[in-house]
Design a protein around this ligand. Structure first.
Ligand code: GDP
Ligand code: ZN
Length: 462
């Protein structure tokens, strides 16, 4: 039988096996009766909404106790999905958690598809599409800043701004309609095109601002692909360990973040660095280091940022010069390491090869220069301040970026059309198109396939 939007669904909402407590979430009309079948304690159908109730989960078949639990009862509509929700908090442990889920599934609940809880929140009108996507971003958020961006979006700031833009467009279109209805006035045609021209330019400017924020947003969301390179023994492994060590809060407690995903991320002043090929750096045998040089050339090609280490206590070698040349065209920071030792590197030669501003001196061994390095990295990416646009909204989502780019193009077409002297009703089509495109961001206009594809990206239990 096909899954229905009306089934009562259940899933484990916390990362399996981690943490002291696991939560099994049940949502739908039958959430209470199904939970009651396995719950021994108060009659859940009689308790107040939004209460937490102590009890035990008992296997009704064998009458054996599965776990001591707390059951939260939240009645529609003030819940995550706008449906009745029961959340069973158990002591965790893979076995108990799974057993409780299985019991619920064998007593009428269906296993939730990935993202189905959030999908219901959307379908039931509790959140809009960009907010649903923010939930997804939150799950994957890698630093405090990326979390702030996602929270901001979850809060609906992007949606508000987009709705405002759409309203502006509607107002213009309405104005144009009125003008077209009174063609007897000579000046009207001219006024209409002027109005369209001005509005399109104004809206385009706002959209471009949003698109500019996307670049920073992408970094926050996906991490900045970073290659640590340098010849053997300059301190690559030491740098990596230092960064990893400093990084006390890469991962937040949000359900769904898994260790393997964040393993190679470090948080440097709020910039998530996604370290490329750390496995190669961790190895220290000479043989691996030799391969490492080849690898570092590949890493340079895929990196957004290169950290190139040089040894201040030795003269520059041809290998150093080669790496300097190879990284000339990428964003790089030259780390002049081992400044605690006697200086042997010719600074004059170095500064003839690289920009002095790109060089940071460190003694990684003594933890010196690391703050400057961190500051340099964040300045490089958030130099103008992270909250650059006046609306304080940052676009981070690829789908939103795509739609904004199309809306931008449509508004460009409006202006070109006017410049080329096209009739107003043709220009109007492009204006309307920008309105529709923006609507797809908030889900005010959406298609079913889009929804399915979107929500399937969620983890189970969200
Ligand atoms: P890699 O081969 O580039 O990964 O270099 P490592 O990080 O393995 O470091 C090679 C050696 O240099 C190790 O013995 C480190 O302890 C040492 N080292 C790293 N940084 C410094 C530093 O700033 N000063 C000094 N004196 N030694 C360092
Ligand atoms: Zn190494």
């Amino acid at each position: 039988m096909a899954n229905s939007e009306f089934d009562t669904i259940a899933a484990i909402s916390t990362p399996v096996g981690e943490g002291g407590i696991s939560i099994i979430r049940i949502s739908g009309e039958e959430a209470l009766p199904i939970a009651q079948v396995v719950f021994k304690g108060k009659d859940l159908s009689k308790v107040d909404s939004h209460t937490i109730n102590y009890g035990h989960v008992i296997d009704p078949g064998t009458q054996t106790e599965v776990d001591e639990v707390m059951a939260s009862v939240m009645l529609a509509p003030k819940t995550y999905t706008k449906e009745d929700i029961v959340e069973i908090n158990c002591h965790g442990g893979l076995v108990a958690t799974n057993q409780i889920l299985q019991l619920l599934l064998s007593h009428g609940a269906r296993l939730a598809e990935p993202g189905e809880f959030t999908k219901r929140a959307f379908l039931n009108g509790r959140i809009d599409l960009s907010q649903a996507e923010a939930v997804m971003d939150l799950i994957r958020a890698k630093t405090d800043k990326s979390m702030k961006v996602a929270l901001n979006q979850l809060d609906g700031n992007l949606s508000r701004l987009i709705r405002q833009l759409r309203q502006d467009i509607l107002d213009v279109l309405a104005q144009v309609e009125v003008n077209i209805d009174y063609p007897e006035y000579d000046a009207v045609e001219e006024m209409t095109t002027k109005l369209l021209q001005e509005k399109a330019a104004e809206l385009q400017k706002l959209i471009k601002q949003l698109l500019n924020s996307a670049k920073q947003g992408k970094v926050l969301r996906e991490g900045l692909a970073t290659a640590i390179i340098g010849r053997p023994n300059v301190g690559k492994s030491s740098l990596l360990n230092n960064l990893l060590h400093e990084d006390k809060a890469i991962v937040t407690d949000i359900a769904g973040t898994t260790r393997d995903v964040i393993e190679d991320y470090v948080n440097v002043n709020g910039v998530p660095l996604k370290l490329i090929d750390t496995a190669g750096i961790r190895e220290t045998t000479d043989q691996i280091e030799a391969i490492g040089v080849e690898r570092s050339r590949q890493a340079i090609d895929t990196a957004d940022l290169v950290l190139l280490l040089l040894n201040n206590s030795e003269a520059l070698t041809d290998e150093d010069r080669g790496l300097i040349a190879d990284t000339a065209d990428v964003k790089r920071i030259i780390i002049l390491n081992k400044t605690d030792l006697l200086e042997q590197l010719d600074h004059q030669e170095l500064f003839s090869l690289v920009n002095e501003d790109d060089v940071i001196e460190t003694s990684i061994l003594n933890d010196q220069g690391m703050d400057q390095l961190a500051k340099r990295i964040s300045d490089l990416f958030f130099g103008e301040g992270i909250e650059t646009n006046s609306n304080n909204v940052m676009v981070t989502n690829a789908r939103h970026i795509g739609l904004l780019n199309q809306a931008d193009a449509a508004l460009g077409d409006v202006q070109q059309g006017i410049a080329a002297g096209l009739p107003v009703d043709l220009v109007q089509i492009d204006m309307t198109r920008s309105w529709e495109l923006l609507g797809e961001i908030t889900g005010d206009s959406y298609q079913d396939e889009l929804l399915d594809q979107l929500f399937s990206q969620f983890c189970l239990g969200k």
